[in-house]
Design a binder for this molecule. Sequence first.
Ligand code: F6P
Length: 358
Amino acid sequence: MKKVAFLTSGGDCQALNAAMRGVAKTLYHHYGKDVEIYGIIDGYKGLMYGEWKKMKSKDFSGILTVGGTILGTSRQPFKNMRDPDPDGNDKVKLMKDNYKKLGLDCLVVLGGNGSQKTANLLSEEGLNVIHLPKTIDNDIWGTDMTFGFHSAVEIATSAIDCIHTTAASHGRVFIVEVMGHKVGWLTLYAGIAGGADIILIPELPYDMKKVIKALKDRNKEGKDFSILAVAEGAISKEDAKLSKKERKAKQAANPYPSVSYEIGAIIEKEMGQEVRITVPGHTQRGGSPCPYDRVLSSRLGAAAGQLIIDKEYGYMVSLTNGEIVNVPLSEVAGKLKGVDIDSSIITEVQNMGISLGI
Ligand code: F6P
């Protein structure tokens, strides 16, 4: 009997269920009744504290289009994995013990960067692990695309689309704050798709003078409204020069709830124009996966299932140049895939006259 457990870890996103369904369908198709699948509840926490349920084939039916995760999830930061839990237990040992207790052949982890590091750690500790790259941030090294990203692009784009009409009616400046603390993929894509006039991403620290100039240039052309797509993690060129400690201290004294409000206040002062801020927030992680994500997650799921059948472990399944390939976890864990500021997309955006605040 083949025994496999699934866990979803970190912030949720669309197509987690679709991906698990892809793995499950592949395993049931190959093994029939000779496979047992366990669903670990709430991510690594469930593996530590023995919370799981035995899944049936029918549990994976009807979930292709369902957002969130049927298993639940939690954030268990990698940086604390080696610290004892509140009762003094070694968390890694707890997970290894439960893996053995279940008699698993493989643990399938659906997670982002942090979860991937823990997956790699468990792999180094001798467990058979396979990782599927999920996140709306698209920041996982070693895959061209993560599932969840394109669904989130659709939601953030639709927020910008809705803002367009009201911005035009009122002649206001609107800032739409898009998720992404460390990387700007989502802001860049939604900004382009939604026709934003200014796009600010963490990889390119912005110059407020350039932002104001771009707004004034639009006004000169007779356009009295503007839309900025601003990443949660957008940073000014002055702040980018600060040390981590200095930045934290500045943040603590900052009266604004987020960077968009800070930028908005400067625009209002400099332009004398009304500014409104819209934060779609966690709506970007919700709802049904878009067709692209359903296809990508199903393909990644099928590839993960095949790895289990082939007894090949310690890999992330990845989309590379349109093909699904296997990448050793040890080669990708701990690396972040930000927007390459030398890539052609940056030039293309600038060629269209969209300001990146630089
Ligand atoms: O990593 C996905 C993500 O949605 C980021 O884009 C965002 O910054 C963060 O998670 C929000 O985390 P939480 O759900 O814990 O508030």
